[in-house]
Design a protein around this ligand. Structure first.
Ligand code: ADP
Ligand code: ADP
Length: 232
């Protein structure tokens, strides 16, 4: 039931004459259905790790296997195809497109998929908006929504394509406590339905909701605690 397998992952950034070892020898297995939080001080490599997991960037060493794909050494097109079918992203700043309405924002990642036709896409968008309780705002534009509503639309966009994993980067970082709680409740519901979630967070209360807490320091995993194991 392995979904993600990282073996000795390194990521080095080269800028002018400086080498930054953002990740060093990360080995990690994430199983289907896990709810994982990743935390650690600023600059420790959390975003870099999430970018690698999400196929937004490539590792400089080691191997990455996602679902049945060995993604360490594949073409750009293949990476994009796997990203569009297997991964849903949620960002701190929502990243909705301001001149697309709610429906169009949620549909956008689906339009890159050659396996879906228009009516399938419409159905998936409708479904996703119902799940986040935003169907009544389908024709609104992002500027007409509160922050909490925008993040719910972003969650709909992330789940619309039934991805294998949701990657969330500080999903509550720009929300007040009430809206943050609403988004965390949504993630909980998705997890309960079997969705795998991996979330970078500074917020101890958000990390608390995850079932497994990974801590990064200086590009390395320094702690990896599974709650169900602790409780048993
Ligand atoms: P975090 O998300 O934990 O704050 P990051 O993953 O953003 O940390 O950064 C890890 C390290 O890699 C930092 O030292 C950062 O400066 C460096 N880094 C991140 N992205 C780049 C980049 N595109 N070019 C050069 N260095 C980078
Ligand atoms: P929620 O708690 O569901 O996030 P809010 O309490 O923030 O909702 O918003 C209440 C109502 O105000 C909603 O119906 C929303 O559509 C509307 N609203 C919020 N912000 C704006 C805005 N900037 N422009 C127009 N309507 C807005």
């Amino acid at each position: 039931n392995i979904l993600i397998k990282l073996e000795n992952i390194d990521k080095v950034f080269y800028t002018e004459d400086v080498e930054t070892h953002a990740l060093s020898k990360i080995s990690l297995i994430i199983n289907k259905g896990e709810y994982v939080s990743i935390s650690g001080p600023s600059g420790c490599g959390k975003s870099t790790l999430l970018s690698l997991l999400g196929l937004l960037d490539t590792n400089t060493g080691g191997h990455y296997q996602l679902a049945s794909h060995d993604v360490s050494d594949i073409s750009k097109q293949e990476r994009a195809r796997i990203r569009n079918t297997e991964i849903g992203f949620i960002f701190q700043s929502f990243n909705l497109i301001s001149d697309l309405d709610v429906e169009e924002n949620v549909e956008l990642p689906l339009t890159y998929r050659k396996d879906l036709n228009k009516s399938q896409r419409k159905e998936m968008v409708k479904n996703a908006l119902l799940q986040v309780d935003m169907a009544h705002r389908a024709k609104h534009f992002p500027s007409q929504l509160s922050g909490g509503q925008q993040q719910r639309v972003a969650v709909a966009r992330a789940i619309a394509g039934n991805p294998s994993i949701i990657l969330a980067d500080e999903p509550t970082g720009n929300l007040d406590s009430k809206n943050a709680a609403a988004v965390m409740t949504l993630l909980d519901k998705l997890h309960a339905k079997g969705t795998t979630i991996c979330m970078v967070t500074h917020d101890p209360r958000s990390a608390e909701q995850a079932h497994r807490n990974i801590e990064i320091l200086d590009g390395q995993v320094v702690s990896d605690k599974n709650k169900s194991v602790v409780a048993a």
